[in-house]
Design a protein. Structure first.
Length: 116
């Protein structure tokens, strides 16, 4: 059962992120929910690439590979982290600009003032 705890934490983080997007009305809290969903997905993918007793996938004459960790998953996660960082920074800049115009970060107030 101990090996399933990281998967459980990933599911909990994902659920908290969905809760933050659906229930919270503050735009910064919605962005935080989106971050939680991204982080939980990254945790899940890293755990899928984990191999018990795995080593670095570099084979030399003195160090033959018996069981190796998949490096593709790690490369994809690094790419996902960079893309997620750029998207989050763009969203934060947009919310700051909305706050400068509307003087509020409440999603309902901003939506009604835009529709008027």
């Amino acid at each position: 059962m101990t090996a399933n705890y990281p998967f459980l934490f990933g599911i909990i983080f994902f659920a908290l992120g969905v809760y933050g997007i659906l229930v919270k009305k503050d735009l910064f809290k919605m962005i935080f929910g989106i971050c939680l969903i991204g982080y939980s997905t990254n945790i899940f993918l890293v755990l899928l690439g984990f191999v018990e007793g795995g080593s670095v996938p570099i084979e030399t004459a003195s160090h033959p590979i018996v069981v190796a960790v998949d490096p593709l998953v790690q490369a994809l996660i690094l790419t996902a982290i960079v893309i997620e960082f750029a998207i989050v920074m763009l969203m934060i800049c947009m919310v700051i600009r909305l706050f400068q115009i509307e003087k509020s970060t409440d999603g309902n107030l901003v939506a009604t003032s835009i529709n008027e």
